[in-house]
Design a protein around this ligand. Structure first.
Ligand code: CMC
Length: 428
């Protein structure tokens, strides 16, 4: 492989450097392209654009590989805890026993949120979407914890904000759930680990001690690990670009939550269950809905299918499908929508439309069925995705700052009107 490529424009040839990643990924470095040639590149939706060099997550969509900091997702999902994975993503290595103990202790120290934050819930309409509430509450942390706004931040200051955000996110998410149910909020308890504490605040009661089923704790750990990072996707790119203006961590993550909300991204997990329910109510004719998804005059898409990067299979979906079977069996739940999901998958995987376009089930296809089995209402699903993705957003924001990356500012090709003279409105 040569170190440069040549670009020929008219009769001039330019040498552009080639960058090779540790997993042999190749890129043409166009940093100087505009200065050298006067051209910019046009890549709507950034389908071919590497926005950064990152050492956090590697994925190969052609073969279905996903690794966090070099560790295969399959091993992490089977053997580690979500908190270990969060540590790995944020600090670069798996923690020792002392490091994870200390990390948990620091987080436990910050799980309470300012009591005044409860007043937000008085202002939200009772049926407002949990994702809208989450983005507001996370952004408002900058008001309650203004240390994050100090113009000069030491590494310790930045780490304090990271710990506070990780800690308070579980409390905020569980309070959103409790408030949506009209139930009193439950406070965190330091005796629990990260995931159990979250489940305790979500499913616990004030009146009596509730033991959280270990099956549910394990399932939640796996789901959160599978969502923890996914390199430069829509929400993560948003976090990095917002952070590149030196915006604080809370507001950068709040922007990421907004990006995640859309049904083409994290909002797909809610959309999948709504779709499966609709198919069930309609009589369960999967062929009819597959045909609708293929019909270009019909806006319906098979939610939970297709991925910008995975063109073979989504390794997260494989793990989730198995986890879904296990959990439903362990909890003794027989969910008809699971059967519909399996039938849809079976038909789609044999259909030339889906084969030609390399459309496979993605992480969101089965996750909603598990969330439902665990007792979460549908509109909380994307909030759970956000809870899982939080360490990834933090790690990517921190890396962007440590790399001292410049403010994100894409170019464009202008295609609007040229040189028009202002004509005052004729008021006669
Ligand atoms: N159902 C039917 N057709 C589809 C679907 C689908 N779910 N996804 C893509 N296609 C077709 C699309 O119509 C296009 O066909 P044609 O070439 O004939 O015009 C072709 O496949 C390529 O699609 P695209 O929209 O150009 O691909 P993209 O890379 O821009 O979009 C996607 C990727 C995930 C947004 C898209 O596949 C989709 O909308 N899927 C459903 C939503 C979903 O499940 N999103 C969750 C993604 S995974 C969670 C996450 O990390 O965000």
């Amino acid at each position: 492989m040569s170190d440069t490529v040549q670009l020929k424009i008219d009769d001039k040839t330019y040498e552009l450097p080639v960058v090779k990643g540790t997993e042999d990924e190749l890129a043409i470095d166009i940093t100087k392209l505009r200065d050298l040639t006067g051209y910019v590149t046009l890549d709507i939706g950034y389908k071919n654009t590497g926005a950064t060099k990152s050492a956090i997550t590697f994925l190969d969509g052609e073969v279905g590989i996903l690794k966090y900091r070099g560790y295969p997702i399959e091993q992490l999902a089977e053997k580690s805890s979500f908190l270990e994975v969060a540590y790995l993503l944020i600090y670069g290595d798996l923690p020792t026993a002392d490091q994870i103990g200390n990390f948990q202790k620091q987080i436990n120290h910050h799980t309470l949120v300012h009591e005044d934050m409860k007043k937000f819930f008085d202002g939200f309409p009772s049926d407002s979407h949990p994702m809208g509430q989450l983005t507001t509450l996370v952004s408002s942390l900058s008001a309650f914890y203004p240390d994050s706004l100090k113009p000069i931040q030491t590494a310790q200051d930045v780490n304090n904000t990271i710990i506070k955000l990780l800690a308070k996110m579980t409390t905020i998410v569980s309070w959103i759930y409790k408030k949506s149910m009209g139930h009193p909020v439950i406070y965190p308890q330091n005796k629990y680990d990260y995931v159990t504490n979250f489940l305790h605040m979500t499913f616990g009661q004030r009146t009596e001690e509730v033991t959280i089923d270990p099956v549910i704790v394990d399932a939640m750990n796996v789901l959160l690990i599978l969502h923890a990072d996914h390199e430069q996707n829509c929400s993560t790119s948003t976090v990095r670009i917002v952070g590149s203006s030196e915006s604080n961590l809370y507001s950068s993550v709040s922007a990421g939550i907004s990006a995640l909300w859309g049904p083409l991204h994290g909002g797909a997990n809610q959309a999948v269950i709504e779709m499966l329910e609709k198919i069930k109510e309609d009589g369960g004719d999967t062929d009819k809905w597959i045909n609708k998804a293929k019909d270009k005059n019909d806006p319906f898409r098979l939610m939970g299918f297709g991925h910008r990067v995975y063109k073979n299979f989504d390794p997260r979906a494989k793990i989730i499908k198995k986890a879904c079977d296990d959990i439903l069996e362990k909890l003794g739940i027989d969910d008809e929508v699971l059967n519909i999901a399996k039938r849809l998958e079976e038909v789609a995987l044999k259909d030339p439309y889906f084969i030609e376009r390399k459309l496979y089930p993605n992480v969101d296809f089965y996750s909603g069925i598990i969330y439902r089995a665990l007792g979460f209402p549908t509109d909380m699903f994307t909030v759970l995705f956000a809870l899982g993705r939080l360490p990834g957003w933090i790690a990517q924001w921190k890396e962007m700052k440590e790399n001292k990356e410049p403010i994100g500012r894409p170019r464009q090709i202008y295609v609007g009107a040229v040189d028009r003279d202002y004509v005052p409105i004729d008021k006669r």
